[in-house]
Design a protein around this ligand. Structure first.
Ligand code: SF4
Ligand code: SF4
Length: 334
């Protein structure tokens, strides 16, 4: 496969022979291949199922690789915020060495790396593996509009501390010059903003730092604590991705819920199942998935319609950091 070409495969039965060849080209025999995926918050029903991961594991083993599953603990209040309890959740969801025959590893070990806006704790395991397979459930997300492969790296391959810092860094601070137009109030997905005394106040509810208020303000009256969320997320993702050896990315466009797999009730499924998108990197796979979503729905950005935040913002930021344009070729296997 050439760079910046993605392959769309509608039916699962057509995926396996295609991936067999791809894995042969990407992962040398004997490679320790880290499969990065989210194993689902308790109560969530749309995370990638172990049956699918199991078939991918078998293909990697057929290619004489040593696959293993990896994720990092989350920063918010959840059983997934420490390795021991996350492993129990993973096992409940069918992800265990007993069921899949490969190690399931959760840890917060990380390597500090300086980026433009902050120091990021990049998860060490993906940096040390011989190959990384980004296996991502493509769905909506409260802070990035869409959660795909870039998010799987930019948040999912970061330390707990960095995850918190990315969210906090995108939080708004009032600067000056509010005209009381109301755009920030209207575009806040958590209804966190009230206007009072000629300016916005951000103290009504919980703010996850999506920065949409900042992006919505026509007069730059609000600024982020560090940088807008899309930029911080992409900066983290690109720093990590460029250090990975032998990367491959698969987006699973099924059960595409309004919100992400971190949430027990991820809201309604917004689009009917579409298929699988395969590409040599996180950017190509996400651009192709968004283009396919547009084609499927006939809408510019169905996730933004529900989450208020553009799905394209962090993808454009990643493209700019990777010195890439937003063009990809999509080869369809019907
Ligand atoms: S738009 Fe986003 S960053 Fe701004 S207050 Fe609302 S939740 Fe927080
Ligand atoms: S979007 Fe900007 S100008 Fe409009 S109400 Fe909010 S802070 Fe004020």
């Amino acid at each position: 496969m050439k760079n910046q070409t993605a392959v769309f495969i509608e039916k699962e039965k057509d995926l396996w022979e295609f991936l067999r060849t791809e894995f042969r080209n990407v992962y040398p025999h004997g490679s320790r291949v880290l499969i990065k995926l989210h194993m689902g918050e308790p109560g969530n029903r749309h995370y990638i199922k172990p049956e699918l991961a199991g078939k991918i594991i078998d293909l990697l083993k057929d290619n004489e690789c040593e696959p293993f599953i990896f994720d990092t603990p989350v920063v918010y209040d959840s059983p997934r915020n420490n390795p021991g309890d996350y492993l129990k959740v993973a096992a409940d969801h069918g992800y265990s060495k007993e069921k899949l025959g490969v190690p399931v590893i959760i840890n917060d070990k990380n390597t500090a790396t300086r980026g433009e806006h902050m120091e990021y704790g990049l998860a060490s395991s993906p940096l040390e593996a011989d190959g990384v397979l980004l296996l991502t459930h493509f769905k909506g997300h409260m802070c990035s509009g869409m959660g795909g492969s870039i998010k799987n790296v930019g948040m999912g391959c970061m330390s707990k501390e960095t995850k918190g810092a990315i969210h906090t860094g995108g939080e708004p601070v009032y600067a000056d010059g509010c005209t009381e137009c109301g755009a920030c109030v209207e575009n806040c997905p958590t209804e966190n903003i009230r206007l009072d005394n000629g300016r916005p106040w951000f103290d009504v509810n919980w703010c996850p730092g999506c920065s949409n208020c900042i992006l919505s303000c026509p007069v730059d009256a609000i600024r982020p604590k560090a940088a807008i969320f899309d930029r911080l997320l992409s900066e983290a993702a690109v720093l990590a991705h460029k250090k990975f050896k032998n990367v491959y990315a698969i987006n699973v466009m099924k059960g595409m819920t309004k919100l992400c797999d971190c949430i027990a009730d991820a809201g309604p499924v917004l689009v009917e199942d579409t298929g699988f998108v395969c590409a040599p990197d996180m950017l190509t796979v996400d651009i192709a998935s968004l283009e396919l979503l547009k084609k499927k729905t006939g809408r510019e950005d169905i996730f933004q319609e529900h989450n208020k935040v553009s799905s394209w913002g962090h993808v454009r930021e990643a493209a700019s950091l990777m010195n890439r344009d937003m063009k990809v070729e999509i080869v369809e296997i019907p």
